[in-house]
Every structure is written in structure tokens, then in C-alpha cells.
Design a protein around this ligand. Structure first.
Ligand SMILES: Nc1nc2c(c(=O)[nH]1)N[C@H]1C(S)=C(S)[C@@H](COP(=O)(O)OP(=O)(O)OC[C@H]3O[C@@H](n4cnc5c(=O)[nH]c(N)nc54)[C@H](O)[C@@H]3O)O[C@H]1N2
Ligand SMILES: Nc1nc2c(c(=O)[nH]1)N[C@H]1C(S)=C(S)[C@@H](COP(=O)(O)OP(=O)(O)OC[C@H]3O[C@@H](n4cnc5c(=O)[nH]c(N)nc54)[C@H](O)[C@@H]3O)O[C@H]1N2
Ligand code: SF4
Ligand SMILES: [Mo]
Length: 905
């Protein structure tokens, strides 16, 4: 695996479900560059800021999990062991629990970031060898409402649409999707389409005025969770204005009469009231949607992550079916997948509620088909549904599940209600974690750590949002002793087989990646997602392909249901009369705010990869809780104040940011920050585990919380220039939890920043911090100290330049003074004049820290604003400042700035 010499390898980006093709340049076993693949039909050469930085994130092995590790005894720290010892221990541990307590006492928690082949093997191990359906994935937190709704409405999972529809739509409805941040390359395609066809209408439904919303012709800034009311109100208007497609409804659907009866009472006026928007806007949206020759909706977590996520999806699908906006170019309900292989996971049935190739667990014939394909007795496949993610961790906490094997996900950060998740992992008898990076909130709780190869180092396939299967290829060998996920699963599976079924033939005899893919393809024969015509060889010669692609077909199908025949038993799509229900948790006098959560443009989930690069912090350098200015004023809160956010489940502390993007009564926090960067596990300390009762997806977006100012007068600002930022971050992370607030951020080009706050001075902690930073007294170090008041200021120079400092004190003026030093540290210029001036109060040198808008060209907000104020156009800025000229991820924001310059608030 991996190539030597200088070469370019065709592969796929490992981040979002857009599934962009990349070309990886490598030299002598190291990745040296990444560019967009001009031939890949998802991106035609474009990449966003995250994709463009893939090579940088892979540049060093620092922070990678390099060797297997195990605890010698239950509570002892893990130690490095050989692969055989680790694999034997996992197998022995699982076998012993299975023998004692049955197969449902163990569980697998996997990920939409695994490759299809790895996913297939995990599923085969759980269902075919162990005989449990307790295999669920982080896709439960992500796509399960979309899956459930597709199955209910169309009879089968999978979007009916394709990316070419982006170019052909006349009306695009973005529902709970911040495409500008989460699927930037798709937004680029849409922007180009709208430039070519300016009549195209964009409607954005989002409680926040996101960069995507700003670009829309109409932004419906609804109250969180009210989408069903909105869609029903729109449908009411369409029906009573005669904008529905009677012929289509008659020929291809069922259940319309009941739906019509139900929405009779949801007038646009009532719906608009529930949603907190103007009735005219709701009607305008319905008119555009109904009158357009082709209406496309793009939806994501704003719909799915809800206790009524399935209903939200179904209510939107109702609109498409009622207007016949499906199965034709530019039209259809397009659920965007978040992770690079959420689709692949659905195809192989790697979830607790389904079997391979869209088969069902409760269908005996389906179980028999899969068992026959694997060569195991039909009884081996359990008829008991497995536990979906939230219930799985509940069972772990209650001791019903005793061992869990987590691969390619970081549940101790990404699941809701983290206090309980940590308790569950602490209670488990055996926690196995398979990750590419050594330091995550979940690896911290592992009994056994299995080091995985990752992007650029392994072979397989992924399926993107438009059902297109692309090859992922290895460009370099994995570092240390890391092994591919498929190898690890197969090794453990073979050992488990020997322990559980001695003498039986192995189901894991041929685990070559291409053979595993063939096995998966064969299992899809005759199913709606039939890909019996595919193989690695076909993908290698013909390039990425969409499913279905049965044997004999030349090409995959771009659109599904073009003939109006659906995958239900009678071929008709089904309407569902779904009623609006509010979020599970009410806001109250005690918990008055609705907590929204979501993504930042340049970070990926738990930041194990993006959190290594200072350039990816520049757009949003530090964590924050956003609040509307009126709410803040009412509570006497100011930007930068530290606030405690609490729900019924848990609490965390964050600095406050003021934002006009939010409606009053809501607050927003990004999901990314976690225990490696913060003194808490992040926003999921407080979030909501209540699930949708059809899809079992938790309501990650709508907890009820309270926000209180807290007084933490002792403040620490520490910064250090260092070559190996991930290593320094990993060494500092364990210190964070001792403070009431603490956060680590990276600043370009090579500076690590730590901020902390506490009620009183923490002398021992401060000493540990100085030790880890290596800021020891010496000729190039100056110190000012007043131990009685907890004041310590230590500053270090190297080669005549500032190299690091710690400012700890309870004086309000020391934080700005430290910020000004931080800027000098970043600038890296030779120190002028007396070193003693570092202890002087912040002078004119202190300037507010600059936000970098364009990550590729490192262009800051001030420069852009100045040019815009001089009257330069956004297009012109690309030439003068260079911003927006590479990946384009910042263009929405620059356009928003241009609008605000043109119309001062
Ligand atoms: N930069 C970046 N991109 C990513 C990822 C990442 O981590 N970073 N992760 C990937 C993954 S796995 C996923 S799932 C996708 C997620 O992609 P998106 O779903 O587009 O992203 P989010 O920010 O989670 O949520 C989208 C929007 O839903 C809104 N919202 C909240 N509540 C409601 C509601 O009740 N109704 C409506 N209509 N909207 C609501 C939020 O305000 C937010 O702007 O992104 C993928 N792409
Ligand atoms: N509050 C809130 N919480 C959320 C969300 C939200 O919007 N709000 N969104 C939810 C959604 S949609 C999602 S998808 C989840 C995502 O949540 P997670 O699944 O926890 O996300 P990641 O941090 O991407 O975790 C992937 C892990 O796999 C590791 N890894 C990378 N490559 C490989 C590899 O090749 N092999 C192996 N074995 N490991 C590898 C990474 O280091 C990382 O630790 O978060 C969910 N949680
Ligand atoms: S849009 Fe960005 S993150 Fe998503 S696949 Fe493309 S390059 Fe990767
Ligand atoms: Mo996701």
C-alpha cells in the first residue's frame, strides 16, 4: 500500500458528502499536495477550504495513533503493545462476554466516515458472526430521519436527485441547510448556475441568518422546529390556489385525500404565526415553489436533527409529490449527506435497524438471503432489532451492554448529553476504540486503542450525496504500525470465529478490498440499489458511477422515479398527513433560551484533523456562544463575558458573542469544540438526547437552556511559538479541565494560544502550565511576579524574537496587554527596544484581533472592508486582494460584507 517516488494519486476528499474528487501528490511516501480532480463529476476540479488543506493536515504524523495500546489492568494507564496482543484481547474480551451474556451484550458503534468495504466487514462481523444487530453509527445523529422518510414515502432509501439538478432547477429551497459552510462546492455550482440563469429563485429556511440565507431571494427565518407547520401552510396555499399537479397525484401517489383534509386547517396565516414569519413570505415561497418549472429542495440537519425529523422530511416530500416536482431534471427532494460515506453505510446496512442492501431485519426472507450470501445458518441473523445510538449508550450505562467497539467516531464529543455518555463508557467492561488520531475525548476513555490508517493511506470506495460511488486510494503508507480499518476488523473477526465457532469455515477468508466490494455488489442484485454491474475495475476504468447500475448496464441512473413508479409494493408514492409538533423540550422561565447548534466553515466535527492547522482557525479563532444583542442587553451581558450555559443535563462555560444572525430567544454554539480544546466536552454537555420515535435520531439542535454570567476574575493568557502544534495541544489538553474556563486555539503561522479563567488563582496549575510550555527561567526569560495576588507574567525570547509568554492575573487590563503581545508573537518580528516594556500596560500597539475571511489568500476583514468602502466590487476584490479567487468558500461572506457596506445598519 502506498507508492514511493513522486506521483499523483486520484482519490476522494474525506470530509463532506459532496464527495469531491482530489488528486494527491506524494513524494517518497509523504503527501506533498492536493488539488481538485478536474474530471470528477462532483466538483470538476473545485475544492473548498477544508479540501485544499488536506495535504497540510497530513504533513506530519504528530498526534496520530501509531501503535496499539492496552491497559495492563482495569484502571491502569494504557501501554504500547504488539498487534497480536491487542487483537487477541479484543477477540477474547468480546467472546467471553458473548458466551456469558449473549450476543446482545456487545455493541459496535461505527461511522459514516468508514469506507464501504470497511463498513461491510463490520456489519458482517456483527450480524453474521456475533449474531447481534447492535451495530449503529454516527449516521444515526445525522441521516436517519432522511432515511426513514424516504422509505416511508417512496418505499426505499436514497435521494431521487443528482448534482446536475443544481444547474437545472428554477427554484431552490434550502431547508435547514447551511450550504455555504457545510457543502461549499455545491454552493459554488449553484452560484455559477444562478449567474448563468439569473431568474433562478433561492429560498432559505433557517432560524439563523446564515451566509447561505444572506444569498437567498427569500429568507424564512422561522422559529426553531416549526418546519412542519411551514410546509403544511405552503401546501394549503398550493391546494387552494390550484397549484397542485392533480394528474401526477392521481397516477402516482396515494394518501392525498387524508393529507388535504388535514392541511385544510393549517392556513398560511396560522402557519406563519407558528413559524414567526410574515404570511406574505410564506405565500411567496409557496408560489415560487409551485409555479417554477423545476423546484429542488436541499435539506440537511435543520430538518433531520429533531424529535420530529421524520415528519419534517415527510412534510417537505409532500410538497414535491403534490406538485409533481420529482423525477424530472432540476426537481426533487434532495437530502444532502453530511459525511463522505453516510450513503455507503446505508447501502451495506451498517445500522441497528436495517440489513444489507436496503433489506429489513424483521423480514425473515431478507434475513435468509443475507445469511445464504454469507454462508451462515439463517438463525445466526438475529430478528431482534439492534439498539440505535442513543439507546445503545443508555444500555451501556445500565450494564445491559458490557463491551463496545467504537470505530471512526468520537461519541464522547458528538453524542448529546455527554455527562451520561462518559458515565456509560466508564461503566463498560471493555471499550475498544479504533481511531487514526491518538487524542480525542473518546480515545481518552478506551481500554484498548487500535491505530487506524486514514485518508491518503487506504483503499476502498465511498458514495456521495447523489448516489455516486468513487474510489478512495492510498497515496502513501500509513505511519507507525497503523493498519486499515478493514484489516483490523478482519483480523479480529477471524479470531472471534475461532473462539465462537471452532472448526467452521471463516467468513473472512478473502478480505482483499476489491473482493469485499464484489461481495457487497453481489448482495445488491435485484434490489433497488442494484450495483451488480460495478467492481473496483469498472470504477478504475470508467470513473465514479451512480447507483443503481445493474449488471449489463452501461451507466448508473442519474435520477430515480422518472417513470413515476416508486419502490413501494403498489408502485405509488405515499403522502403522510403529518402535524406540527413543537420541539421535545419546552423553553420555560427556568430555561428560557432555545439552543441551536451547527457547523463552522473551516472545522470538521471533533477537529482531530482540522484542529491541527492554524489556518483553519483563522475564520473563527475561538469558541463562543452567540446571542442576539437585545437578549444580551436585557441580561446586562457583553461580548467576551464568560457565561455558563446549562440545561437539565449538564453545563459548560463559553465566552459570549453578540450576533444579529439569530432571532431573539435563541442562542447558537458551534458543535466542534471539545475536551481537547476546551475545559468541557463542548456544547453536547447541554444538548438534548430525546429522539424522533420513528428514526431514533436525537434532537441535537433544540435543547432548552439558561445562560448566566459568571465571575471568574483570575485570567490567564498563554501563547507559544512551536514547531509541533498538535503535540503541544495534546500535552496541554489534560490541564484544561482544572479551570472553570479554558480553551486552546491555534494562530497562524505557528502559535498556540491558551486562555483560562478561574474564580481564584491556581498556583499549582500555573506551574504545570509553565512546565509544559517549557517557559523556564533563564537569560532569555523575563518574569514579573506577585504571588500574593496570583500575578505571574513570564515572557520568553528566542533569536531576538518573542517566543512565548504567560500572563496570569486578576487585573482587567492584563488581557488586552496579553492580546497585544500575542500579535507581536504572531508577527514574529525582531524585538525592538527594552524587553522590560512587555510589562507595561497595553499601549497603542493593542489592536483588536483580525478575523481572516479568505483562508486561501489569508485576507482579513479590515482590508476587505476598506476596499468595499472605496466602492470596489466583489469580483474586483478577487484581482486586487486575491480573496475568493481560490476555493471561493469566503465569497458568501464577502458578498454579505458588501451588502452591509452598501446599506449601513
Ligand atoms: N465545514 C463543515 N462542513 C461539514 C461538516 C463539518 O463538520 N464542517 N460536517 C458534515 C456533516 S456530517 C453534516 S451532517 C453536514 C451538516 O450540514 P448542515 O445541516 O447544513 O449544517 P448545520 O450547521 O449542522 O445545520 C444547518 C442549519 O440548520 C439550522 N437549523 C437549526 N434548527 C432548525 C430548524 O428547526 N429548522 C430549520 N429549517 N433549520 C434549522 C441551523 O441554524 C443551521 O444553520 O455538514 C457536513 N459538512
Ligand atoms: N450538538 C451537535 N452535535 C452533533 C451534531 C450537531 O449538529 N450538533 N452533528 C452530528 C452529526 S451530523 C455527526 S455526523 C456527528 C459526527 O461526530 P463524530 O463521528 O464524532 O465526528 P468526527 O470528529 O469526524 O469523528 C471521526 C473520528 O474518526 C477518526 N478518523 C479519521 N479517519 C479515520 C479512519 O480512517 N479510520 C478510523 N478508524 N478513524 C478515523 C477521527 O480522528 C475522529 O476521531 O456529530 C453529531 N453531533
Ligand atoms: S466540499 Fe470541501 S469538504 Fe466537501 S468534499 Fe468537497 S472539498 Fe471536501
Ligand atoms: Mo453528519
Amino acid at each position: 500500500m502506498g507508492k514511493m517516488g513522486r506521483t499523483e494519486t486520484r482519490s476522494t476528499c474525506c470530509y463532506c458528502g459532496t464527495g469531491c474528487g482530489v488528486l494527491i501528490a506524494s513524494e517518497d511516501g509523504r503527501i506533498t499536495g492536493v488539488r481538485g480532480d478536474p474530471q470528477h463529476p462532483a466538483n470538476y476540479g473545485r475544492l473548498c477550504s477544508k479540501g485544499l488543506n488536506l495535504a497540510a493536515s497530513a504533513a506530519s504524523d504528530s498526534g496520530r495513533a501509531l501503535y496499539p495500546e492496552m491497559r495492563p489492568t482495569r484502571h491502569a494507564p494504557r501501554q504500547r503493545v504488539g498487534w497480536d496482543a491487542a487483537l487477541d484481547s479484543v477477540a477474547a474480551g468480546f467472546a467471553s462476554i458473548i458466551r456469558q451474556h449473549g450476543p446482545d451484550a456487545v455493541a459496535f458503534y461505527v461511522s459514516g466516515q468508514l469506507l464501504t468495504e470497511d463498513y461491510y466487514l463490520f456489519n458482517k462481523l456483527a450480524k453474521g458472526v456475533v449474531g447481534t444487530n447492535n451495530i449503529d453509527t454516527n449516521s444515526r445523529l445525522c441521516m436517519s430521519s432522511a432515511v426513514t422518510a424516504y422509505k416511508k414515502a417512496f418505499g426505499a432509501d436514497g435521494p431521487p436527485t443528482c448534482y446536475a439538478d443544481l444547474e437545472q432547477a428554477d427554484c431552490v429551497l434550502f431547508a435547514g441547510s447551511n450550504l455555504a459552510y457545510a457543502h461549499p462546492v455545491l454552493l459554488r455550482r449553484l452560484e455559477e448556475a444562478r449567474a448563468a440563469r439569473p431568474d433562478m429563485r433561492w429560498i432559505v429556511i433557517d432560524p439563523r441568518r446564515t451566509d447561505t440565507a444572506v444569498m437567498a431571494d427569500l429568507h424564512l427565518q422561522i422559529q426553531p422546529g416549526t418546519d412542519v407547520a411551514l410546509f403544511n401552510g405552503m401546501l394549503h396555499h398550493l391546494i387552494w390556489e390550484g397549484l397542485v399537479a392533480e394528474d401526477y397525484i392521481h397516477a402516482h401517489t396515494e394518501g392525498f385525500a387524508e393529507l388535504k383534509q388535514m392541511v385544510r386547517n393549517t392556513t398560511p396565516k396560522m402557519a406563519a404565526e407558528i413559524c414567526g414569519i410574515r404570511e406574505e413570505d410564506l405565500i411567496q415561497a409557496a408560489e415560487w415553489f409551485g409555479h417554477s418549472p423545476a423546484s429542488l429542495s436541499l435539506y440537511c440537519m435543520g430538518l433531520n436533527q429533531s424529535s420530529h425529523g421524520t415528519d419534517k422530511n415527510l412534510a417537505l416530500i409532500n410538497l414535491h409529490l403534490a406538485t409533481g416536482q420529482i423525477g424530472k431534471p432540476g426537481a426533487g427532494p434532495f437530502s444532502l449527506t453530511g459525511q463522505p460515506n453516510a450513503m455507503g453505510g446505508r447501502e451495506v446496512g451498517g445500522m441497528a435497524t436495517m440489513l444489507a442492501a436496503h433489506r429489513d431485519i424483521d423480514n425473515a426472507a431478507h434475513r435468509a438471503e443475507v445469511a445464504a450470501h454469507w454462508g451462515v445458518p439463517a438463525e445466526r441473523l438475529s430478528a431482534t432489532p439492534g439498539l440505535p445510538a442513543i439507546a445503545m449508550f443508555d444500555a451501556l450505562q445500565q450494564g445491559r451492554i458490557k463491551a463496545i467497539w467504537i470505530a471512526c467516531s468520537n461519541p464522547a464529543h458528538s453524542l448529546p448529553n455527554l455527562p451520561q455518555v462518559r458515565a456509560a463508557l466508564a461503566r463498560a467492561e471493555l471499550v475498544v476504540v479504533q481511531d487514526a488520531f491518538a487524542h480525542t475525548d473518546t480515545t481518552a476513555l478506551a481500554d484498548i486503542l487500535l491505530p487506524a490508517a486514514t485518508w491518503g493511506e487506504k483503499e476502498g470506495t465511498v458514495t456521495n450525496s447523489e448516489r455516486r460511488i468513487s474510489r478512495v486510494r492510498a497515496a502513501v503508507p500509513p505511519p507507525g504500525e497503523a493498519q486499515s480499518d478493514g484489516w483490523i476488523v478482519s483480523q479480529i473477526a477471524r479470531r472471534l470465529e475461532v473462539l465462537l465457532y471452532p472448526g467452521a469455515a471463516s467468513l473472512f477468508a478473502d478480505t482483499e478490498v476489491a473482493s469485499v466490494f464484489d461481495e457487497h455488489c453481489a448482495l445488491t442484485t435485484g434490489r433497488d440499489l442494484d450495483i451488480s454491474g460495478l467492481s473496483h475495475a469498472v470504477l478504475d476504468s470508467a470513473g465514479p458511477q451512480q447507483w443503481p447500475l445493474p449488471a449489463g448496464a452501461e451507466q448508473g441512473q442519474a435520477r430515480r422515479y422518472v417513470d413515476g413508479v416508486f419502490a413501494t409494493a403498489n408502485g405509488r408514492a405515499r403522502f403522510h398527513a403529518v402535524r406540527y409538533q413543537p420541539p421535545a423540550e419546552n423553553v420555560s422561565a427556568h430555561y428560557p433560551f432555545r439552543l441551536l447548534t451547527g457547523r463552522l466553515r473551516d472545522q470538521w466535527h471533533g477537529m482531530s484533523r482540522t484542529g491541527r492547522l492554524p489556518q483553519l482557525f483563522a475564520h473563527c479563532p475561538e469558541p463562543a456562544l452567540e446571542m442576539h444583542p437585545d437578549d444580551a442587553a436585557r441580561r446586562d451581558l457583553q461580548a467576551g463575558d464568560l457565561v455558563r450555559i446549562s440545561s437539565k443535563r449538564g453545563q459548560l462555560v463559553l465566552p459570549l458573542a453578540i450576533s444579529r444572525e439569530l432571532p431573539g430567544g435563541t442562542v447558537f454554539a458551534a458543535m466542534h469544540w471539545n475536551g481537547q480544546f476546551l475545559n468541557s466536552g463542548g456544547i453536547n454537555e447541554a444538548s438534548q438526547p430525546q429522539v424522533d420515535d420513528q428514526s431514533f435520531q436525537p434532537e441535537l439542535k433544540h435543547a432548552a437552556v439558561k445562560v448566566e454570567k459568571i465571575s471568574l476574575p483570575w485570567r490567564v493568557t498563554a501563547a507559544l511559538r512551536c514547531d509541533d502544534l498538535p503535540a503541544m495541544q495534546a500535552r496541554l489538553a489534560p490541564l484544561l479541565c482544572q479551570c472553570s474556563y479554558a480553551a486552546i486555539a491555534l494562530h497562524g503561522p505557528d502559535v498556540l494560544l491558551l486562555r483560562a479563567a478561574h474564580a481564584t488563582a491556581l498556583a499549582d496549575w500555573l506551574q504545570q502550565l509553565l512546565d509544559v510550555l517549557g517557559l523556564h527561567p533563564g537569560p532569555d526569560v523575563l518574569e514579573y511576579r506577585d504571588d500574593r495576588r496570583g500575578v505571574v507574567k513570564r515572557v520568553a525570547w528566542a533569536d531576538g524574537r518573542l517566543s512565548g509568554f504567560v500572563f496570569a492575573s486578576s487585573s482587567a487590563t492584563d488581557v488586552p496587554a496579553a492580546d497585544s503581545l500575542l500579535q507581536q508573537l504572531q508577527a514574529g518580528e525582531a524585538w525592538q527596544g527594552s524587553r522590560l516594556t512587555v510589562f507595561a500596560p497595553a499601549g497603542q500597539r493593542a489592536v483588536a484581533r483580525e478575523k481572516i475571511v479568505c483562508q486561501c489568500r489569508q485576507v482579513g476583514e479590515t482590508a476587505i472592508r476598506q476596499c468595499l468602502e472605496r466602492g470596489e466590487s466583489v469580483a474586483h476584490l478577487k484581482n486586487t486582494l486575491g480573496c475568493g479567487s481560490v476555493c471561493g468558500s469566503c465569497v458568501p461572506e464577502i458578498k454579505r460584507m458588501a451588502a452591509s457596506v452598501a446599506q449601513p445598519a
